[in-house]
Design a protein around this ligand. Structure first.
Ligand code: KIV
Ligand code: ZN
Length: 404
């Protein structure tokens, strides 16, 4: 934490941490169980969804999007059971701007302590023309009708303007204004196709903040897809420009190239105090939550995945290892403990140096002086050229072969 020390006079020093300086809260809307579960082959049964939902609640997410109740009886059942179970987070069900969808979602959410209906419709020219064969005015009519109808069941209504990323900003502002009047509490601005550049997405949020009448009555939400690898950058551009909710998934899983990764946006806000933004997430649970989702879905986390990948805190080149052994901060901008990783790893490969070898040998109880280390290092390189990685079990053999 950044420590601010305010000297008022020589005898009186006030100290406080940046977290007490009124950072703005960004709500975390987790859609692992809805958009995340749309990954082919990763369907979960209700039991697994309940385990994940309970973990998300413990993690501190503000909203759990539990499913799309009208899509199947199984999904309805999952949303209903999650609604009964969850104590803190709002539980949300997705619908199209269709009466029956909304009725079914309301029914599935009836046990939730804090129910939210997430309804919406496509607003880009291509969605209006090809999906709905409709006009802009008719789309606004349907959007307003859906929000007003959902409002007869629950208070908390989130509206999504699907493909907002490719929707003309002036029309998008008209849609937003109309649905706020109809009772929407949250406005989701999805970059459904993952097309926007961060500047463009940020400017869209800014435009809405500045041009939608009544915008203060609603929260703007970022829902970014990762088709060009920009989901995280776009979500951060969104909150920098005034959005106060990010929709994301554990490990960034989701339709096609995935959604914004929860662990990335949470840690970006935490590691950059100048953004003056924070979340309610208990970051120490991030790593375990990532593993839980990965194992439940049978979907491995890529080793180089930011924050939670197996190599996120592993150092294998000699130059880096030497620095990290001297001081972790030379090559790490996060403390692994802060995200629930037990420690940084010093990986032994043919690219490693003497410092790493001495460090790992010491960890298995072998102390080497300088001369011994020089000899063992030569033996180590022979082994390391033959195998990808040297394990703890190999170290005594390497030392023995050095004949010291
Ligand atoms: O990507 C998207 O537009 C969505 C909406 C249904 C919210 O997932
Ligand atoms: Zn989506």
């Amino acid at each position: 934490k950044n420590k601010v020390v305010l000297t008022i006079n020589s005898n009186f020093v006030l100290q406080f941490t940046s977290s007490s300086m009124g950072k703005d809260k960004v709500q975390i809307f987790d859609t692992t169980l809805r958009d995340g579960e749309q990954v082919p082959g990763c369907k979960l049964d209700t039991k697994s969804k309940l385990v994940i939902a309970e973990r998300l609640d413990l993690l501190g997410v503000d909203v759990i999007e539990a499913g799309f109740p009208v899509s199947s009886p199984g999904d309805f059942h999952s949303v209903e059971e999650i609604s009964k179970l969850i104590k803190n987070a709002s539980v949300c069900g997705l619908t199209r701007a269709v009466k029956n969808d909304i009725e079914v979602a309301a029914e599935a959410l009836k046990f939730a302590k804090h129910p939210r209906i997430h309804t919406g419709i496509g607003t880009s020219d291509s969605h209006i023309k090809f999906k709905f064969n409709s006009t802009q005015d008719q789309i606004i009519e349907r959007a307003v009708a859906a929000v007003a109808y959902a409002k007869t069941f629950v208070e908390d209504i989130e509206f999504y303007a699907e493909d907002a990323g490719r929707t003309d900003n002036v029309f998008l502002a008209r849609v937003c204004e109309a649905v706020i009047k109809a009772g929407a509490t949250v406005l989701n601005i999805p970059d459904t196709t993952g097309y926007c550049l961060p500047e463009e997405y940020g400017a869209k949020i800014k435009f809405l903040k500045e041009n939608v009448k009544g915008i203060d009555k609603a929260i703007l939400s970022c829902h970014c897809h990762n088709d060009l690898g920009l989901a995280t950058a776009n979500s951060i551009a969104g909150v920098v420009n005034g959005a106060r909710q990010i929709e994301c998934t554990i490990n960034g899983i989701g339709e096609r190239a995935g959604n914004t990764s929860l662990e990335e946006v949470v840690m970006i806000m935490r590691q950059h105090p100048t953004l003056n933004l924070d979340t309610n997430i208990n970051a120490k649970l991030l790593y375990d939550t990532s593993r839980l989702v990965s194992e439940s879905m049978g979907m491995i986390v890529q080793p180089n995945k930011a924050v939670v990948g197996a190599n996120a805190f592993a150092h294998s080149s000699g130059i880096h290892q030497d620095g990290v052994i001297k001081n972790r901060e030379t090559y790490e901008i996060m403390d692994p403990h802060d995200v629930g990783v037990t420690e940084s790893a010093i990986v032994l490969t043919a690219r490693s140096g003497r410092a790493a070898l001495a460090y790992r040998a010491k960890n298995v109880g072998i102390e080497l002086d300088k001369l011994q280390l020089d000899k063992v290092y030569l033996s180590f390189l022979k082994f390391a050229d033959l195998q990808k990685e040297i394990n703890d079990d190999d170290i005594p053999k390497i030392v023995e072969a050095a004949n010291i």
